[in-house]
Every structure is written in structure tokens, then in C-alpha cells.
Write a protein that binds this ligand. Structure first.
Ligand code: CTP
Ligand code: MG
Length: 226
């Protein structure tokens, strides 16, 4: 399986003045934990890291330190996550029929979840890891007034990995550029094109590290794993 890792963000909400994926968690850069999980997933053979060229020296030295056995490609990042994934899709080897996309910022993913998604994507055109929402979710208008309370049974929190048929996802991205759609995950593009996206059970610990408090939670979870 081919894996694309969007890693070209700037981590504004982390407030660290640099790509949050280079911050240390348990004495390793955050992205190193993501890469170690991908390396340990037996289904994955090729890893494309989409990142800003300013970070390439850092990424190269992280990759060298980890002594990874899998084929790694560095791919230029875009100005949005959507653009970064688009660049990643263009850089896939020609023989790639399916692809998993996994945010570099979800560094607590397990090899098992990668392998489960790799297996499942052989049997459907699109999928995402997701977990049932635990909170009651409110839809709120611009004045801060609740307009509705969706039935929680139908609500799932989207995670990555997300998996797709490569040709279909490329078509959806091209359509997205043409129509000016701005989305925060690839499943949304697939959905907008009327294509079916399946849910694969995600992991409660598979957090997206976004704010400083998430770093502390990641430290805690990793300290119980290794
Ligand atoms: N990402 C990317 N290219 C971008 C923006 C984001 O590849 N132009 C990646 C990030 O590196 C991250 C993933 O997409 O692994 C999810 O994005 P997010 O958590 O929002 O990270 P940042 O955009 O870096 O953070 P922020 O939104 O707080 O600036
Ligand atoms: Mg972002």
C-alpha cells in the first residue's frame, strides 16, 4: 500500500512559530512517531511525506535517524492541506491503485489501524477511520443561538487514515479545483462527487495534535505504550 502523509502545515494553533511536527514528544519529533507507526505496519511499502521545502533538511535528518527500511519520498507541500494532498497524488508511483492518506499530526495512530485500512480499501472505493461522537453536538448560528441538535447516533468524528482508489480521488481533487471547493479532508471531496465513503472503526487515542494541551496528552499516551 502507498501512504501519503500531509506534513506541510505551519501549526498556527500550536503557537510554536514552526511546523508543529518538528516539536518533540517523548524525546522524538512528533512526525517520527507517525513514521514509526507507518514503518511497523506490514501493509505499507511506500511512504510519501508532503512537506514545505524549508523543513526538508529537518525531515531528512529525522528519516535518517529512524533508519527506516521502507521507500520514502519527499514531496513539495501546498498552501492548504487540500493542495498538499493534490501534490502527493501527482507524485505517487504509476502502479499505485489505492492510497492511504494520514495526517502527520496524528502521531498516535497504531500500525494495526494502518493495516485495517489497507485491507478494507481493497473492497471499497473510499473509507475513513472514524469514532462515534461522545458529546452532544449543537448547530449554532452567527448570533450564538442553537438552531438544532443532530441525533448523536448518526455522528462520527472523522480521523485519518483515509483510503481511496487513486484514480477516483485524483478525479475528485481535479473537480474540487475546478469548482473551487475548499474542504478539510479528502472524504469531503469524495462525498461532494457523489461517491461512497465507508467508515472503518478508528481509535479513541488517534488524536490530531493541534494545541499545546494535545502535546501533553500525546506524552501521556506514548509513555504508556513504549
Ligand atoms: N498540512 C499540509 N499542508 C498544509 C496544511 C496542513 O500538509 N498546507 C498537514 C499538516 O502538516 C497536518 C495535517 O495537514 O499534518 C492536518 O492539518 P492541521 O492539523 O491543521 O495542521 P496545521 O495546518 O499545521 O495546523 P494549523 O491549522 O493550526 O496551522
Ligand atoms: Mg491546518
Amino acid at each position: 500500500m502507498h501512504l501519503l502523509i500531509p506534513a506541510a502545515g505551519s501549526g498556527k494553533r500550536m503557537g510554536a512559530n514552526r511546523n508543529k511536527l518538528l516539536l518533540q514528544v517523548r524525546s522524538k519529533p512528533l512526525i517520527a512517531w507517525t513514521l514509526l507507526a507507518a514503518e511497523a505496519a506490514s501493509s505499507i511499502s511506500w511512504i510519501g511525506i508532503v512537506s514545505q521545502s524549508a523543513d526538508w533538511d529537518d525531515f531528512k535528518s529525522i528519516i535518517a535517524d529512524l533508519n527506516l527500511k521502507k521507500t520514502i519520498a519527499l514531496i513539495p507541500g501546498g498552501s492548504t492541506r487540500q493542495e498538499s494532498v493534490y501534490n502527493g497524488l501527482q507524485a505517487l508511483p504509476l502502479n499505485a491503485e489505492q492510497v492511504l492518506i494520514h495526517d502527520g499530526a496524528r502521531c498516535l495512530v497504531t500500525p494495526n489501524l494502518f493495516d485495517a485500512c489497507s485491507e478494507a480499501i481493497l473492497h471499497c472505493p473510499g473509507l475513513i477511520a472514524a469514532v462515534p461522537v461522545k458529546d452532544t453536538i449543537k448547530v449554532v448560528d452567527d448570533n450564538g443561538i442553537i438552531t438544532s441538535t443532530p441525533d448523536r447516533k448518526q455522528l462520527w468524528a472523522a480521523q485519518t487514515p483515509q483510503g481511496f482508489d487513486v484514480n477516483l480521488l485524483k478525479q475528485c481533487h481535479t473537480q474540487g479545483v475546478r469548482q473551487g471547493w475548499e474542504v478539510t479532508d479528502d472524504a469531503a471531496l469524495f462525498e461532494k462527487c457523489g461517491m461512497e465513503v465507508r467508515i472503518v472503526p478508528g481509535e479513541e487515542t488517534n488524536l490530531k495534535i493541534t494545541t499545546p494541551q494535545d502535546l501533553a496528552i500525546a506524552e501521556f499516551i506514548l509513555s504508556h505504550r513504549y
